[in-house]
Design a protein around this ligand. Sequence first.
Ligand code: 26V
Length: 816
Amino acid sequence: MITINKKRFKEHFRRKMNNLYAQTLEEASNEELFNVLCYVIKDMISKDWEGSRIYQEKAVFYFSIEFLLGRQLKSNLLNLGFEDTIRQGLNELGIDLDEIVESEPDPALGNGGLGRLAACFLDSMASVGISGHGYGIRYKYGLFEQKFVNNSQVEVPDNWLINSSYSWETVRPNRALLVKYEGKINMEKDDEDNLKVTHKDYIPVMAMPYDIPIIGYGNECINTLRIWKSEIPTRDFGKSSSYAKNQAASYEDALKYKYYAEEISQTLYPNDSNYAGQLLRLKQEYFFVSAGIQDIFRKCRRYKITTQDLPNKIAIHINDTHPALCIPEMMRILLDEEGLSWDESWNITIKVMSYTNHTILCEAMERWSEDIMKKLLPRMYMIIEEINKRYVNDLRKKGYSEEKVKRMAIMYDGEIRMANLCIVSSYSINGVAQLHTKLLKEEVLNDFYEEESYKFNNKTNGIAHRRWLISSNPELANLITKLIGNKWIKDTSHLKELEKFVDDENVLNRLEEIKFNNKVKLANYIKENNNITIDPNSIFDVQVKRLHAYKRQLMNILHVLCLYHEILDNVDLELDIQPRTFIFGAKAAPGYYLAKCIIKLINCVANLVNNDPRVKGKIKVVFIENYGVSLAEKIIPAANVSEQISTTTKEASGTSNMKFMMNGALTLATLDGANVEIYQQVGKENMFLFGLSAKQVLDYNKYGGYSSKDLYHSNKLLKRVVDDLVNGFIPGLGKEGREIYDALITYNDEYFVLRDIDEYADAQQRISNLYKDKIKWNKMSLINIANSGIFSSDRTINEYIEDIWFKGCDEDVQNN
Ligand code: 26V
């Protein structure tokens, strides 16, 4: 166990300041203080970090093109148990820990749900004590910073490495590897008739590893997130280094080559819903996959793990299809470097790989053109082609119709379907919530499910409760511990014991007080940053997530417009409306025009409503700029209402729904994604449900029968707000209003906003009524917290360990 002593810590801190900056504490900026603290902590954990690298048991490697870590300092101090001592020690040195915390850069190396889930999983793998490591990309620029200019989103580069380094990371030049692009594949038989495959004339790019420690809670386990930066090769990798010399014959060529290499890890793609098939994206995917798989083989060689023993010693997890090339890359090494036969290589590969699907939106499915793959990654292409050939033969042998074979093929019509590749080549395929997995089995992946049902399973997502409750809502965490002891921190199922206090008025009042305090803090932040005054006594109604049509921020803001009209219609009557603050936070993909129009609409409605004296502060709308992990940690603890209003069937799981619930917000939701499981935990009496069922949505999609125009013409109130989009009622809204109008009316409202909005408004009314009964509200809040334990990612990770990674592949791998 790592221990800490205040006196020694202070000495260490001073010494480090002197080593790093040759200055006194008084001279240091907050950024410098952060760097020093970071290095002191790294010194303290270095022994354990080293120790964790020795693989006694099976090791898990989690490949993800995104890891949305957020700030690490508070979470690391919590997991190490150092926070109190360090806070006091710093205090005695005249330094405020909270200020240092705020000066840590927030690495936004992810878009949203998928990347944040990967970060929660790293925390949980370390905290449950397995050897589980991440492989990803060290993007120079993370997700753009969002600014509003004239109510519209403007993207500013996120230069998180502004000081050219990040203090949690350690660069390891000795472990750099080479990734090979383009060129030709040569196949020759050697003297003993063995096939020898060589890759000639390729473009070498160096993958430089940067390691970030992932610290487990209250144990000695320190795992690693290894992210790779792309560079021109600067050391000798055998023959290949000659490339740099030959190609870089001229100064111009040298510059071009440098650009080619460095571009790969330059920027995170800011899109998480629409597949575009850019070449650079494929380069990124192969880059971190090839480096990661080579790295795993290097480790295995070092620990003398034989290829045959690989499935017992390692598990490789493919987070969505972006790392799908793990499969052919592993085949390549087994075939070309280890000299195994196809069947031997395949048998090993399929027993090592598992895959998670995160979306059923078909526009997000990755398909690569065969031509691009052939040119950029010729060996990958050959191997995928062979996997496909064997698979298709196998299907034909079973007598399936050509239609079915076409649907299931990995390669079809000049394209490679990455999901099909993952399904065929993994022993486990999972969805991320019960409903999502059911839809995969019964709809989207039904052909595959009928073929190999044993591969399919559900792993409902979870969240790192240490970050999302203990660290971001310490007052609530302390209350919980005071009431039920601290066992819940290691095992969140104990939260259930809170139900004992459901009739305890003192506890309920204290819960309300804590929520109020969090709301005051958020109100102060909003005052400072948005210059909007909001009333902490109003209901804080929050929708924070990426902006996407299916998530229906549009329905939320149209409902606000309805309320606004209602207030204006009754301006003399002094309507008895429960004061409400509608809080939004959302980034739109830069190329997603409709999403940007919706952002503009929300901002324009906010200006209209907030500046109309007739509203008398009954409703306010705040769009918080630049939503991300650090802001989420401030917003979520302050929420009364959690908006989870996606069109049923479209949101695979959602994870903010879990964060809100754990912080005592009540959920306003459709029965989509993991909302279904929140409902299973608390019942419909403890949340606010509305909207089309999954079956209704599927039926509409299959058989038609929905007409948004009919609804528009038959419902006067609805018509009024839709018309507001185009009749100049909302100042500042221009052509964007028409775009939204067309999506709703001309293109028949793909996401059923107009179909669900009435029921949504009813549910909102129930919320207003209930909020008046504070005791009832607080009881429901307590019940939600008490039943949120199941949504800890520790639970999720334990399920992955038991049902997937440590169980491995029982089935005999056939043919292929
Ligand atoms: C997809 C694409 C599509 C092509 C362009 C680049 C790109 C980048 C990322 C993605 C991933 C989108 C999938 C995703 O984020 N899914 C979300 O995963 C969460 C964690 O499982 C889940 O809670 C959300 O419901 C789901 O939308």
